[in-house]
Write a protein that binds this ligand. Structure first.
Ligand code: ADP
Ligand code: MG
Length: 622
């Protein structure tokens, strides 16, 4: 290969992607006071690159500079006002420099920009909250040079240069022959402190304590390579745990919960697990990726192992270290997969036990956790047969026996069962108020039965899958399956319909309403409302119907079929019985309206056009 500089092509100029320009503009002009975080970002990139190289060493035979030690060197030069950060990691080819440093890939900076456009918060705060990755360098540097030589034997080295304005250049750098990346920061005048050794030492100690490669500052190693999870719990401070969380998960928040444990049998495991502050999928953001890293004796095996923990634990961060893993674990072989699963199962059981303890010891904080992350536990309860029992115990619902905003567990529900009650009742709806105002609660309330409120989209699915708890069936109170125990008969009042009259009315209604109802009968559930509708198809709940409708947009939908239940003690029904004999035409209009009202309450009403016309007719006659 020729190294003749005379034939070296001139630097090529490139424009940054629009988003990066926006980001750089903010970074450069921000008044963010903790500019020092740029050191953290660059060192963490150096550490990532070294970690990636360690991995390549397991699979690749030909690696440039194979014997170069994986360490990070930081050099200050007060006179030249430069700071240099160099690693022996996997390096970047010219193409990769353009791709990784010229376009926005980093999720932190993406989230940052999103928050900026949506939030309208102070920019400077957001930088600290999200981290802006590599581009943070431009907070302190007026010019940044990135020399890089890829691990691939024949890939030529390049230098990437930018002032952080709209453009950067890329040029060959044949003089840069060692594998890895060297970042040279030419500091701004107001940032010249970052060329002082003591200042950088202070920053490295603060942010980079957990980097698992030696960091040499002007020739001296400044970090003690340590694995927090292998240390004893009572030696570790809260601050250390939080710092570790931030470093390990590339996070900027404080963890909501943390669990540090070791196990000896059946497997040797040391683990620290963190629950972040917020549900990462809350705002329709991307699905979270597994983020509990797998180590074997302090060596990273896989930062995002797919087969370690069950899917529904994808909100967890942290590390699992097991001495039982072979260092050269390959994720393909069945044997390794089984071992991973075994480790995962142990870790999951321990974590669920931890949550159960939390719920007991700190109920309020557990409730807050549940309102943020409960959706993941529900997913697990519905789909993960291995951990289902433990998960169902962790679920929380509001109920007719709790105040709004307060919840109950299924165990507590069961402890309050009425005599003779063999089922656990729930009702689904968009929110508590909507369920409370529907007709289905009346009969249960009259019997003193507790009803759980299911207000999240997944709840119905969860209930259908979980099916029973502690030997009691979970039953939708508005389904034909709900078998309510005998209720005390209300005292008879004047004008009550006789059994025969009710039967005759029901028969007339069935004929009059025709296909729209499968059955009409007197109800045991009603107290205050005249009628209610129950979907004839048990599986075809309002939620299910909406889902089907969304899936099969263009197909004509099957008509709703319901069974109609009457409250024979209700004035409207009594009047209808008389009206039917006097004015059959008007009685038909009223009957249809009663059915529509019941459908509305059931969330099954679909075509308002006929109803409006009918209502006008009724009003005319009134
Ligand atoms: P992130 O580290 O979160 O991916 P950054 O903005 O810090 O985001 O970096 C962007 C990308 O640039 C990295 O994902 C990586 O591919 C590449 N990169 C940055 N620094 C280095 C380095 N020292 N060695 C190799 N690649 C690097
Ligand atoms: Mg980074």
């Amino acid at each position: 290969m020729s190294t003749d500089t005379a034939t070296t092509p001139a630097p090529q100029s490139f424009e940054f992607q629009a988003e990066i320009k926006q980001l750089l503009d903010i970074v450069i002009h921000s008044l963010y006071t903790e500019k020092e975080i740029f050191v953290r970002e660059l060192v963490s990139n150096a550490s990532d690159a070294s970690e990636k190289l360690r991995h390549l060493q397991l699979t690749e035979k030909a690696i440039h500079d194979a014997d170069r030690p994986l360490e990070i060197t930081v050099t200050t030069d007060e006179k030249a006002k430069t700071l240099v950060i160099e690693d022996a990691g996997l390096g970047m080819t010219g193409e990769e420099l353009v791709k990784y440093l010229g376009t926005i890939a980093h999720s932190g900076s993406k989230a940052f920009l999103k928050a900026l456009t949506e939030g309208g918060q102070k920019n400077s705060n957001l930088i600290g909250q999200f981290g802006v990755g590599f581009y943070a360098a431009f907070m302190a540097a007026k010019q940044v040079e990135v020399f890089s030589k890829s691990w691939q034997i024949d890939a030529p080295a390049h230098v990437w240069t930018s002032e952080g304005a709209g453009t950067y250049t890329l040029a060959p750098a044949p003089e840069f022959t060692t594998r890895g990346t060297r970042i040279v920061l030419h500091l701004k005048d107001e940032a010249e402190d970052f060329a002082k050794k003591w200042r950088i030492e202070e920053i490295l100690k603060k942010y980079s304590a957990f980097v698992s490669f030696p960091i040499k500052l002007d020739g001296e190693v400044v970090n003690t390579v340590q694995a927090l999870w292998l240390r004893s719990k009572n030696e570790i401070t809260d601050e250390e745990y939080t710092a570790f969380y931030k470093f390990q998960s590339h996070a900027y928040d404080e963890p909501r919960l943390r669990y540090h444990f070791t196990a000896d049998a059946p497997l040797q495991i040391a683990s620290i697990l963190f629950v972040p502050k917020d549900n990462p999928e809350k705002f329709g953001m991307q699905r979270a990726e597994p983020a509990v890293s797998l180590y074997c004796r302090k060596v990273l095996i896989d930062a995002k192992p797919k087969d370690l923990l069950p899917e529904w634990l994808r909100f967890l961060k942290g590390v699992v270290d097991s001495e039982d893993l072979p260092l050269h674990i390959s994720r393909e072989t069945m044997q390794d997969k089984a071992l991973l699963e075994k480790i995962g199962k142990t870790v999951t059981s321990r974590f669920l036990k931890f949550l159960a303890d939390e719920a007991k010891a700190r109920a309020e904080s557990y409730d807050e956790f549940f309102s943020e992350f409960g959706v993941f536990l529900k997913e697990g309860a519905a789909l993960d047969w291995t951990h289902k029992d433990a998960l169902v115990k962790l679920l929380r619902y509001e109920s007719t026996f709790t105040e709004a905003g307060k919840t109950t567990s299924l165990s507590d529900y069961v402890s309050r069962l009425k005599e003779g009650q063999t089922e656990i009742y729930y009702l689904s709806g968009p929110n508590r108020a909507a369920i409370e105002s529907g007709p289905y609660l009346e009969g249960l309330k009259a019997r003193g039965l507790e009803v759980l409120f299911c207000v999240e989209a997944v709840d119905e699915y969860v209930m259908n899958n979980v099916r029973e708890f502690d030997g009691k069936k979970l039953v939708a109170a508005d389904s034909p399956d709900a078998k309510l125990p005998e209720a005390p008969k209300p005292p008879s009042a004047e004008g009550d319909l006789s059994e025969d009259q009710v039967k005759a009315l029901a028969e007339w209604l069935k004929t009059t309403l025709g296909d729209r109802v499968t059955e009409v009968k007197a109800s045991e559930r009603l107290v205050d409302s005249p009628a209610l509708a129950i979907s004839a198809d048990r599986m075809m709940t309002p939620q299910m119907r909406r889902m089907m409708k969304a899936m099969k947009k263009d197909e004509p939908e099957a008509p709703v079929k319901v069974s109609l239940e009457l409250n024979p003690r209700h004035a409207v029904i009594k009047r209808l019985a008389t009206l039917r004999e006097g004015n059959a035409e008007r009685a038909t209009l009223v009957a249809e309206q009663i059915l529509d009202n019941a459908l509305i309450a059931a969330g099954l009403f679909e075509d308002p056009s006929k109803m409006v016309a009918r209502l006008y007719k009724l009003l005319e006659q009134a």
